[in-house]
Design a binder for this molecule. Sequence first.
Ligand SMILES: CC(C)(COP(=O)(O)OP(=O)(O)OC[C@H]1O[C@@H](n2cnc3c(N)ncnc32)[C@H](O)[C@@H]1OP(=O)(O)O)[C@@H](O)C(=O)NCCC(=O)NCCS
Length: 334
Amino acid sequence: MALISCCYKLESGTVRRVRPDDKKRVLRFCNNTFSWGDYIDTVWDSWLEEGEFFTYGIYGDAQSRAASSQADDPVGICHAHMHKRQVWIEGIRVHPDYRRRGIAAVLVKTAEDSARNLHGMAVSRMLIDTVNSPSLSMARLLGYTISQTWIYHHLNPGASMATRGNGATDPRIQMSTDEELDPEFYSYYVKSWRWYETGHVVPSDLLGGGMGAVVVASASTDSNKNDGDVAGASTAYEGILKDTVAIMTVSRSIGGTGTTLSATLYPGSDDAVCRVLAYLQEQAATHGCSSINVFSKTPLPAYDTLKPRFTFHLVEKSLVAQEEVEPNAVHPSR
Ligand SMILES: CC(C)(COP(=O)(O)OP(=O)(O)OC[C@H]1O[C@@H](n2cnc3c(N)ncnc32)[C@H](O)[C@@H]1OP(=O)(O)O)[C@@H](O)C(=O)NCCC(=O)NCCS
């Protein structure tokens, strides 16, 4: 088993890497976490394979405590995904009976240390539901700040686009490579519920192997004023004007079956947004996607089966020259 660069211990347990045989005991406390359930069971295998999957194991008694970590009982988990300069921390869960003992804090600290010391990551990010106060408090305590807020929408892939026109022949829909995206305005794209900096796009992440940015040209700058929060991005692009941009990725559905088309949408005029949404439905059908997730920083116009679901804060923390937080300053078991 790979060594953890810095191993924190609270009074009654320690952080270690997850083992395949932990699954049953971990899923016991990761099934009804949220109102809609949980997704840990569906990502378990891929997170194990990716590595950087940590658990906090407690020892039941002095005897097992003296024995190897094989004798512990996992009561907390978190996973860290490395990409370019960013560690994405996800899946933080602590058994309800063991909360407020500093377990989540030491798990996150371990993931950060591993990211910085073993993988050279410069920034740590995670996504937190805007109503998840315990998590937001924890992130604040660990030095994270809210950098952006995103709205997650579900778009029905089966809805008819007959009334919206055909994206493939819509002259205002244009495909673009990520190179034409100015990271200052189009800062992130989402794949499989992870936010990535657009300055570090992996072409294969994008639908069409790099041709995944949709550009919608404004027919008229007067009637299609760009009132989204990327107003400054409405710049000339090969003779046309960028109005609405969607960055499309496809990945295995989390918490479901099949594949999901995720679109990170930088909205402009209502008309252009609706054309892009129709285009997304068309692309989902072409690629056999069973669901479409649409993420935007501002509310989108009313459109058929587009439903806003949850709002999330993207929180971040620099890992460069950060001050060390003493794990036991969080507090030992209470
Ligand atoms: C959020 C969660 C992971 C916190 O785990 P935890 O081990 O209890 O957290 P810690 O003991 O490390 O808490 C560290 C700090 O976070 C804050 N915090 C944690 N739980 C809190 C709560 N219920 N209310 C207010 N603040 C809370 C506090 O500042 C706490 O420090 P303190 O106890 O010294 O005040 C846990 O409640 C959980 O599993 N929730 C369900 C899953 C979830 O929401 N995951 C996060 C998704 S982003």
